[in-house]
Every structure is written in C-alpha cells, then in structure tokens.
Design a protein. Structure first.
Length: 75
C-alpha cells in the first residue's frame, strides 16, 4: 500500500457546482456535488503526486495552512 498524506480540502458552492481546493499545494477541482468535487480533488492530487518530481512537490508545498473564520463589519 502506498503511503498516504492528510491534506486540507476547502469546498464551496460556486453557482450550480462545487469547487474544492487544497491550499497546501494550490490545487483545485470541481464537481456537481460536494462528494464529486472531493473525489475530483483527490484524483487531481493523486495525479500531481504521480507526475511531479520531488523539487516541484517541495516548491509548491505550503506547510502552514490555517483555516479560521473572521468577523468584520459590513454596510
């Protein structure tokens, strides 16, 4: 079995579809549902790791990703 790596997936609705982003590598995909967008992101990341050389993986990797919410005044 190949080693696995746990990465962040941010999924948001965009019009009639969902966009999935992995901020650690700035790789995105989309799908008609949350599940499809997630599966397509996994496929895109898998292809990236299969085809990218080690220097590209190291160059694109952002090891400190923080996902949080902020509150701002509006209006």
């Amino acid at each position: 079995m190949k080693p696995a790596r746990r990465l962040t997936a941010i999924i948001e609705r965009e019009d009639d579809a969902f966009v999935a982003l992995c901020p650690e590598f700035d790789i995105a995909s989309h799908g008609a549902s949350i599940e499809e967008a997630r599966a397509n992101l996994i496929e895109a990341l898998t292809l990236f790791f299969e085809t990218a050389d080690a220097s590209e993986v190291a160059r694109r990797f952002h090891n400190e990703v923080f996902v949080t919410q902020v509150e701002v005044p509006v209006g």
